[in-house]
Design a binder for this molecule. Structure first.
Ligand code: MLT
Length: 240
């Protein structure tokens, strides 16, 4: 399988994803949080780009949980922020989650023409590699969300973890670099996340515990995925 990397969400032209499987990555924290919500029994995660759109969708989905962040903090009027610790069974079991975040949901929106999409983080990297193999495709894209239009080291670590787990993959230069970064830090992922600019901002904002959760390579039980039929929902995918 040929794997191509995309360094930031803004570099993904929707036409480039047409007909391909796409793995969109947001390690800190949206993809970690979406996987946590689905593992805790949420029926689906509905990613939306804007706050107004999120309120409007929640109004059309009675019982849905409204979550996400702006500037890493919960949005006033929302039920929850963007911390994976908030999405426990008590809040989400049997409910849909409408989620809007600054960068991660943008990558998903830009992958709208993809054949199928997985939303991955370090916690779900092995599942994402397996999901890619199951797509039975010649080519796929791995899109790193980045942060506010800038490349993010934490997303490169996840991209490298996934690419390293796809046997015999033909990797482009970006993914070869990501693999090298992952191999260099695979035994110190929490420390690596803590030193990134996003990690530093999360620690300053009081979300240090989320970094430890996001660094748990392969601990996620389900992978949020979107198929070609319903592009509005991420639902749980498990290894068969
Ligand atoms: C994002 O999508 O920008 C992030 O998930 C931000 C955050 O850490 O909450």
């Amino acid at each position: 399988m040929r794997l191509k990397g995309v360094a930031i969400a803004q570099s993904l032209f929707p036409s480039a994803a047409r007909g391909l499987p796409v793995v969109a990555i947001d390690t800190l924290r949206a993809a970690t949080t979406a996987a946590a919500a689905l593992a805790a029994g949420a029926l689906a995660v509905r990613p939306v780009a804007g706050v107004d759109e999120a309120f409007a969708l929640r109004d059309r989905l009675p019982g849905a949980v409204l979550g996400g962040e702006r500037g890493m903090r919960p949005v006033p009027g929302f039920d929850a922020g963007n911390s994976p610790r908030e999405y426990g069974r008590r809040l989400v079991r049997g409910r849909e989650v409408v989620l809007t975040t600054t960068n991660g949901t943008l990558a998903l929106a830009r992958a709208r023409s993809a054949k199928s999409v997985a939303f991955a983080a370090l916690t779900t990297a092995p599942l994402a590699a397996q999901w890619l193999l199951d797509q039975d495709a010649q080519e796929a894209l791995i899109v790193m969300s980045g942060t506010d239009g800038q490349f993010s080291y934490e997303d490169a670590l996840t991209a490298g973890a996934i690419a390293a787990l796809v046997p015999d993959a033909d990797l482009d230069d970006l993914l070869l670099t990501a693999c090298a970064a992952f191999q260099a830090r695979r035994r110190g992922l929490e420390g690596a996340l803590r030193m990134t600019p996003h990690g530093v901002r999360l620690i300053e904002a009081g979300f240090e515990a989320d970094i430890a959760i996001a660094a748990r390579l392969g601990r996620g039980r389900v992978l949020p995925v979107r198929d070609g039929r319903d592009k509005t929902r991420l639902t749980p995918w498990r290894r068969s």
